[in-house]
Design a binder for this molecule. Structure first.
Ligand code: NDP
Length: 273
């Protein structure tokens, strides 16, 4: 019998995770089934419980359940504990539920496939769940300074305070951002509506690397805007998606899948639509 995994969310039909994990399983010759699981918005815990009873070995968790998944865990990785959110559940043989957050590590792995992070000055725009998960992996990756900025400035300040013991992190209001970032990461959900996060244009230079966590067939609104202000290197979040999935897969199965093949296939499929 194959081991069973799911991605739980609401909505979930659009998820690329089953395709990604099936490809990882084929690559690494692992026998597993990976499906979507739609949980009612008030029924996350019951859905997880039923899946465990049915023999489930692990689950990815997506919007809107990452915080609820966090509260369900009996063991947490440092990334998950500090992010306050879990995207990877492992149902252990002794009944414990272990929670990890691989989103930030997926982001860093994708960034590292394009550039070194060592001694870089990085701007992280946004202070929601995705930003929270990204901070510790970014600080661990050797960046010189992490500036965090957010529309609601108090949230950026709170995160800078929470992570101050883990590296050089400072909160700066959007209007006060200056020139001089090596890397600018947009972790706001503004792009989902085709909007821009409200940062000044003078933060861009031709040498800046811009990363939008959102992805799509077209350039995201943020990356298109950065390009129109001279930025050459703009990357979207598809690599982060595949990267976080690869780390979940490794946690569950103990083998590292090849990210590049899956990423290029997904990119082709996205662009063919
Ligand atoms: P949250 O809802 O937790 O946070 C949203 C953030 O965006 C907040 O900081 C919010 O600011 C800010 N924001 C929203 N609209 C605007 C706007 N118009 N102008 C300025 N700021 C705005 O979302 P998540 O953190 O979970 O997700 C953020 C993005 O990251 C989404 O696009 C999501 O798709 C993407 N993502 C991608 C992943 C991947 O694998 N590629 C994984 C996870 C997320 P405020 O605090 O002021 O409300």
């Amino acid at each position: 019998m194959s081991d069973k995994y799911v991605v739980i969310g609401n909505p979930i039909a659009h998820s690329k995770s089953p395709a990604i994990h099936s490809q990882f399983a084929a690559q690494t010759r692992q026998r597993l089934e990976y499906q979507t699981l739609l949980a009612p918005t008030d029924g996350f815990e019951l859905s997880v419980h039923n899946f465990i009873v049915a023999g489930g070995k692990g689950a990815n968790v997506t919007v809107p359940f990452k915080e609820q998944a966090f509260t369900l865990c009996t063991e947490l990785s440092d990334d998950a504990r500090l992010a306050g959110a879990v995207n990877t559940l492992s149902f252990l043989p002794d009944g414990q539920i272990r929670g990890d957050n691989t989103d930030g590590q997926g982001l860093v792995a994708d960034l590292l496939s394009h550039t070194s992070l060592n001694h870089k000055v990085v701007l992280l725009i946004g202070a929601g769940g995705a930003a929270r998960g990204a901070i510790l992996p970014l600080l661990r990756s050797g960046v010189k300074q992490l500036i965090i900025s957010n529309r609601t400035f108090e949230k950026a300040q709170m995160l800078a305070k929470q992570f101050k013991d883990y590296g050089n992190i400072t909160a700066v209001p959007m209007a006060e951002l200056e020139f001089g970032f090596d890397i600018i990461i947009n972790s706001t959900s503004a792009s989902l509506a085709g909007d821009l996060p409200g940062v000044p244009v003078h933060i861009f230079s031709p040498d800046t690397l811009c990363y939008d966590m959102m992805y799509g067939a077209e350039l995201t609104a943020f990356n298109a805007w950065a390009k129109s202000h001279g930025v050459v290197n703009c990357i979207d979040g598809l690599g982060m998606l595949v990267g976080q999935a690869a780390i979940s897969f490794e946690i569950w199965r103990g083998v590292k899948p090849d990210v590049d093949i899956v990423l290029s296939q997904l990119r082709q499929a996205l662009e063919a639509k």
